[in-house]
Design a protein around this ligand. Structure first.
Ligand SMILES: Cc1cc2nc3c(=O)[nH]c(=O)nc-3n(C[C@H](O)[C@H](O)[C@H](O)COP(=O)(O)O)c2cc1C
Length: 393
């Protein structure tokens, strides 16, 4: 545990120094001008708490129930592709640390470690997939996911094409990955990453492959066919979700919705949960932030459907604001990626502990014992409707 790290933001600065610019930028990046990425964070900062006092808060707990499991916290780790490029065996580290701390981690379909290896050491991990192009490939992939004993399946639907991430283009990052002169220089000037992530990976398991996009092993990350494997997603419709629902018997979560009508449709097509998300501002720049989209979606879907959210959460207080606004659970991406890059499993564990401590302290300061007590009455938004009504009196 590093004593110099006391909040999630501290991991980002350390990761910036440790990682080659190209790799750091891949995690940090956002689409175009970063309007959505910035708004994700701002939409938490413009909400304030209205705490209660003189309540006994000595029995505080942040325990949460989701899809038949009990978790120690109301947050989990969002799916992030190629996490094994930022930290040695990144996907495994994230999954193992999440399991040890009893929170869920969602393995990305674009991960570089076979899904079976992950569930072997970290049972209870969730799986995220992009729908493959044909019914045959879909059926085979879902069969593989089931055999690997995943319990919860997340379908990401906000990726018909890749977002326009100009900052990645500027640093030379691309998919397929091109380890040219630029990366070699970037690597030489960041020797800890070069030796303990990249070379260690090459020596122990060779060039990483996309392992989990299909039922069979995908292309190596440097292969031109990677591009083909990530295209062809523009023809999908709600029928594809129905197909998934028929094949997958466990809890099904749809990730990447921002529109209340879509949220309703997802429920009609059999979703058990929704993750409101704009992909961390990495897809359509200018898209609404998940916190701004939440009120309409909350109204549109029944309480039986688990409503989750990700994007811009950096503090325990952000998590509590999301829960008070009507979500059941939240996910966090980049900070956990940086924590894995900076200090491996220890870093991820420390990041989880920081958030748990922030939640626990803030529950006491809010005057409540449990996250179930959170509601809109704990929040104040300047200029909101209730303020306008009171001002008119
Ligand atoms: C490096 C990186 C890779 C990502 N890869 C995926 C992915 O493979 N599948 C997916 O559904 N979302 C992916 N996302 C989006 C995250 O799951 C999540 O929606 C987003 O990171 C949340 O925002 P935050 O980073 O501000 O917490 C990725 C995000 C990052 C930062």
């Amino acid at each position: 545990m590093s004593k110099k790290i006391i909040c999630l933001e501290d991991f980002e600065e350390k990761a910036r120094r440790k990682l080659p610019k190209m790799i750091f930028t891949y995690v940090d990046s956002y689409a175009e001008d970063g309007q959505s990425s910035r708004r994700n964070i701002e939409s938490f900062k413009e909400l304030y708490f209205v705490p209660r006092c003189l309540n006994d808060t000595s029995q505080r707990s942040s325990r949460t129930h989701l899809f038949g499991r009990s978790y120690d916290a109301p947050f989990g780790i969002a799916p992030m592709g190629i996490a094994a490029l930022t930290a040695y065996q990144g996907d495994l580290i994230l999954a193992k640390s999440a399991m040890a701390m009893n929170i869920p981690m969602i393995l990305s379909g674009s991960s570089l470690i076979p899904m079976e290896v992950i569930t072997d050491v970290a049972p209870g991990t969730w799986f995220q997939m992009y729908i493959p192009e044909t019914s045959e490939k879909l059926e085979a992939l879902i069969e593989r996911v089931g055999k690997a004993n995943f319990e919860v399946l997340v379908i990401t639907v906000d990726f018909p094409v890749s977002g326009n991430r100009e900052n990645e283009t500027r640093t030379g990052f691309s998919t397929p990955f091109k380890p040219g002169a630029r990366l070699i220089w970037d690597g030489i000037t960041h020797p800890r990453w070069l030796l303990f992530t990249w070379l260690k990976t090459l020596l122990t398991s060779g060039i990483p492959h996309f392992e989990n996009n299909y039922a069979v092993r995908g292309a190596p990350i440097i292969s031109k066919s990677v591009f083909r494997d990530f295209s062809g997603r523009t023809t999908f419709s709600w029928n594809n979700l129905s197909e998934v629902r028929k094949l997958w018997k466990g809890p099904l979560v749809v990730k990447g919705l921002l529109n209340d009508e879509d949220a309703r449709k997802a429920c009609e097509h059999g979703a058990d949960g929704i993750i409101i998300s704009n992909h961390g501002g990495r897809q359509l720049d200018g898209s609404i932030s998940p916190m701004d989209a939440l009120p309409r979606i909350r109204q549109a879907v029944s309480n039986n459907v688990k409503l989750m959210l990700d994007g811009g959460i950096r503090r325990g207080s952000d998590i509590l604001k999301a829960l008070a606004s009507g979500t059941d659970f939240v996910f966090i991406g980049r900070p956990f990626n940086y924590a894995a890059a900076v200090a491996g499993a220890q870093g991820v564990t420390q990041a989880i502990q920081i958030l748990l401590a922030e939640i626990d302290r803030n529950l006491a300061l809010l005057g409540i014992d449990s996250i179930d007590e959170l509601s809109h009455s704990f929040l104040y938004k300047p200029g909101s409707q209730i303020e306008r009504q009171l001002a008119r009196r």
